[in-house]
Design a binder for this molecule. Structure first.
Ligand code: ADP
Ligand code: MG
Ligand code: MG
Length: 526
């Protein structure tokens, strides 16, 4: 390894270790200073007064609503119950009886107790508290929500929102080493100065985007990402511009991609526990995307990234499309060797293409090579397509009966017959015997320990000088139409990701203080 690369790696590793409070700038409090409440009136007038968005979905909103409820003796039981219900969802709901008995104020508690116990007996993994939680939210979204909006806690929420909405420039970040190269530009490791949070910054060179008419694709990727909130898909945290590039700041995935893990470490392929774990997490990711009517279309080992704990996320949503009202799409889109027969065959298709992709992924993780391709072989695209349309893949002795059955059901050439496409969608895949031991509820909650943890002292990507330099484009000039497009792209912080960043790095806890004995602080005083 060359000296430049070693220096770049050790700087990144140090930043990663110090991530969080140690990585904050010494001026961090100044960067995150609350504006006086009188400066938040525009926001107060324009913000949508939706209970679900303000008090459930947005992490800081949820915290402040909770603090408000805790400050009112008559509301404490409700919020304790809500808290416990969320907790229970994660902890297999052991104390159900205890909690219902402790909330005397909850109407029809008997009914809830009975129905919880009944459905728990029927199906231990079901979300038995769903109805109970809905009732509670219905109650809280009434008078309580109105009172909350008149409290200092909501004023404080407006102050946080106002910081969240301040414009973002490159000065908000420190830049570390180059991580990889994409179609329109480079991806760099970066760190938010104010909070110490590490991210990956995907840059799209403006001239490249224009020359290759990539505007629609870039905006599509950004808009799809900002509408998602899944632990199995990379999150978008910020979208901003520099003079030369459009930038998407994404969840940092330090553990490398699955292509690297399948092919570059030891003998090709992964052990069965890892195959099962990654397949199960990708399956959850696909289900989340499909629930939002998003077809991913680019499933392959390269696009599945590991974080520092060993969980995976789906990345690179450049080819994803939103299917409105269950419509189908057409278009030979994807990567040669991973495209489903119906995609190659120029037919109309829907979510089936992704379940084929999952079949290819599980096959490759198990065999150490993709289906219908011999080791080291690089057939022409047309030959690859012919094989996918007409040939049957083979299963060597690395395949157990179960994994073979799963792969061949996913790699069914007829999309109508394929596993995952026969009515119940992804749940059918989750019910396959190969996943029998997987508790998908725990997995969804991030509570399953990954079978492999990346070494925190390693950098799982090519050396800096081995990543080809990004060529520059000449003869392209940028004009007003380009600026109009850029303004749609550069929307700054993405609320849920930004608020999670504040909470995870401890900035929320350290800054969200009030006056003595629960009085207003000066920034909230009129
Ligand atoms: P493109 O759409 O142009 O192919 P990608 O999104 O695939 O771009 O990113 C290019 C490369 O950058 C990836 O192959 C990977 O090495 C690296 N990369 C992308 N996103 C991340 C991330 N969130 N964390 C770490 N590395 C990333
Ligand atoms: Mg890519
Ligand atoms: Mg892409």
């Amino acid at each position: 390894m060359e000296i430049d690369s070693m220096v770049a790696n050790s700087a990144l590793i140090r930043a990663r270790e110090g991530g969080g409070s140690k990585g904050r700038s010494w001026k961090w409090k100044e960067m995150l200073r609350f504006p006086h409440i009188s400066q938040c009136m525009d926001l107060a007038m324009n913000i949508e007064r939706d209970y679900y968005s303000l008090c459930v979905k947005q992490p800081i909103g949820k915290k402040l609503f909770e603090l408000f409820c805790r400050s009112r003796p008559e509301l404490q039981n409700y919020i304790s119950l809500l808290d416990a219900l969320v907790h229970f969802k994660l902890k297999n709901m052991i104390y159900s009886i205890f909690i219902v008995r402790n909330t005397e104020q909850l109407k029809a508690q008997e009914k809830h107790e009975q129905s919880c116990i009944q459905s728990l007996e029927l199906n231990p993994f079901k979300d038995v508290f769903h109805d109970c939680r809905e009732d509670l939210h219905k109650y809280l979204s009434g008078e309580t929500f109105i009172q909350y909006q008149e409290s200092m806690f909501f004023d404080r929420f407006l102050q946080w929102k106002s910081i969240e909405r301040s414009p973002i420039t490159k000065h908000a970040f420190r830049q570390y080493r180059l991580l990889g190269k994409g179609g329109f530009g480079e991806v760099w490791a970066c760190q938010v100065r104010a909070t110490g949070m590490m991210y990956a910054c995907k840059k799209l060179e403006k001239t490249h985007v224009k020359k290759r008419k990539g505007e629609g694709m870039a905006l599509n990727e950004k808009q799809i990402l900002e509408g998602l909130d899944s632990r199995f898909v990379v999150n978008l945290a910020y979208a901003y511009e520099t003079k030369h590039a459009l930038c998407m700041v994404l969840t940092m995935m330090s553990g490398g991609d699955l292509k690297y893990h399948i092919h570059n470490i030891g003998s090709p392929g992964l052990d069965k526990e890892r195959v099962r774990f990654y397949a199960a997490e990708v399956c959850c990711g696909l289900i989340h995307l499909h629930q939002k009517s998003i077809l991913y279309r680019d499933l392959k080992p390269e696009n599945i990234l590991l974080d520092d704990n060993g969980h995976i996320r789906i990345s690179d949503l450049g080819l994803a499309v939103r299917l409105t009202d269950g419509q189908l799409v057409r278009g030979r889109v994807g990567t040669v060797g991973y495209m489903a027969p119906e995609v190659i065959g120029h037919k109309h298709y829907g979510m089936s293409a992704d379940w084929w992709g999952l079949g290819c992924l599980i096959y490759e993780m198990t065999a150490g090579q993709p289906p219908l391709r011999a080791r080291g072989e690089h057939p022409k695209p047309s030959e690859m397509e012919r094989r996918i349309l007409t040939e049957q893949e083979e299963y060597g002795d690395k395949f157990s009966k179960q994994v073979k059955d799963l792969c061949s059901s996913l790699l069914n050439k007829d999309p109508a017959q394929r596993l995952g496409c026969r009515g119940s969608g992804g749940t059918e895949v989750q019910s396959h015997p190969f996943f029998e031991k997987v508790n998908f509820r725990m997995l969804e909650a991030g509570l399953v320990e990954p079978p492999f943890k990346p070494d925190p002292r390693l950098v799982y990507c090519s050396d800096v000088q081995d990543i080809e330099e990004f060529s520059s484009v000449k003869g392209v000039t940028l004009d007003q139409t380009d600026s109009n497009f850029y303004s749609q792209f550069i929307t700054g912080s993405v609320p849920i990701t930004w608020q999670n960043e504040m909470i995870e790095t401890g900035c929320f806890r350290e800054l969200n203080t009030f006056g003595p004995e629960g009085s207003r602080s000066p920034d909230l005083d009129w």
